[in-house]
Design a protein around this ligand. Structure first.
Ligand SMILES: [Fe+2]
Ligand SMILES: [Fe+2]
Length: 385
């Protein structure tokens, strides 16, 4: 019996994934909001089975205990940072993800170096701010997993991730406050995704949304910024966060593999749709509409061009370089007539399917190892198609 899939409209609220009006209509309408309350519908589960049933998760737990670091003492917060100098140096490496000449014919055409630099500084603040808000999402999600996952080994591991995420919130918040002059509010697309993850009653959906999708994207994005910047504090901060983040993605992949191997087509359909929804929300947020608005540009004028910007295209593809192989490892790509594969083809990210999944790659991110070259791999990967 074949499984019926929901329409794009039902999953992401629009039929066309590039419907710009629909994307831009999702905005943060209360930028002064201090508290945001989400209903968490999941059951908290005790287990009385304390046996070592999942050695791979126990190995991760041991790695997590020895991989701890202290944001206060391991990073040099006295580093003097000239934001203009840093961003202009990094921008020359296309770190803003935009091609300057690509925007001719819009108000942006008149921008000189000064305007691009100001935009670049806010784009950096915005990006780090969304990292920060995503980290808080991870903090809440991992606390939730500690309660909801039925396995002892996973509860132990998840508890270490709670501490890791607290540290990540701490470092991004501090960096933005002390070095960047403050941050931006949460992007509405990101918040929508975090809300959906917290709201879901099924424990594996927290893992899928957070560990596989959000953290998979974060690991790739941190790797990109880590390589693109020469600012020593940010570079070290990102390297330390990545050493934790790779473990977190591995936790998701190793845990869900066991569960998804036993799922029916109908159950897998729900997971495929959720993975697609998450992928779209994250892609939407990277259009950084708030930054354009702040700089006097109507996003409707530039976003159609952003979607076709060659620099951004490479950047966006690279963001999915962890997600796609991990989804493949979990059997999500090809179930139900290759449903998720088709969506990833449409998003132009399927070429990463045979890259190494994070279930094994995480060891390469340990602090004494040399982290994989995310940018080099992405350039090489995108050159091939
Ligand atoms: Fe994190
Ligand atoms: Fe994480």
């Amino acid at each position: 019996m074949s499984v019926t899939h929901s329409s794009n409209e039902e999953i992401i609220g629009r039929d066309e994934i590039n419907d710009i009006e629909a994307i831009l209509s999702v905005t943060n309408t209360d930028v002064d909001e201090v508290q945001h309350i989400v209903k968490d519908n999941a059951d908290a589960i005790f287990t009385w089975d304390y046996s070592l049933a999942r050695p791979q998760l126990r190995k991760l737990y041991e790695k997590a205990k020895t991989g701890q670091w202290n944001a206060t003492t391991d990073l040099d917060w006295d580093t003097d940072i000239d934001v203009e100098q840093v961003v202009s140096a990094d921008q020359s490496a296309a770190a803003s993800g935009l091609t300057v000449g690509h925007y001719d014919g819009t108000v942006v055409e008149k921008w000189g170096d000064k305007e691009w630099l100001e935009f670049g500084i806010d784009a950096r603040r915005w990006t780090l701010s969304q990292f920060l808000h995503g980290e808080q999402g991870a903090l809440l999600c991992t606390a939730k997993i500690t309660e909801t996952v039925p396995w002892y080994d996973a509860k132990l591991y998840a508890s270490t991730q709670v501490v890791d995420e607290a540290r990540h919130v701490e470092v991004f918040a501090r960096y933005l406050d002390e070095k960047m002059g403050g941050g931006f509010q949460v992007n509405a697309h990101l918040r929508m995704l975090l809300d959906d993850i917290i709201n879901d009653s099924r424990w594996d959906m927290t893992y899928l949304g957070m560990q596989v999708m959000v953290e998979g994207l974060a690991l790739a994005a941190f790797g990109f910024m880590h390589q693109m910047t020469d600012e020593p504090l940010l570079k070290k901060l990102l390297r330390y966060v990545m050493s934790d983040e790779a473990r977190h993605v591995a936790f998701g992949v190793l845990s869900l593999k066991e569960v998804y191997d036993g799922m029916t087509d109908a159950e897998m359909k729900d997971r495929q749709e959720f993975a697609f929804e998450a992928a779209i929300r994250m892609r939407d947020r990277f259009l950084q509409q708030e930054v354009w608005e702040k700089h006097g540009v109507n996003p409707r004028d530039v976003v159609p061009l952003v979607l076709r910007d060659p620099t951004r295209d490479i950047f966006q593809q690279m963001l999915f370089s962890k997600i796609v192989p991990n989804c493949k490892k979990l059997g999500l790509l090809d179930r139900n007539d290759q449903w998720l594969r088709r969506r990833f083809e449409e998003m132009n990210v399927i070429q990463f399917e045979d890259w190494e999944d994070t279930g094994s790659e995480y060891l390469k991110f340990e602090l004494d190892a040399e982290a994989p070259d995310a940018v080099g791999q992405a350039m090489a990967g995108s050159a091939g198609d």
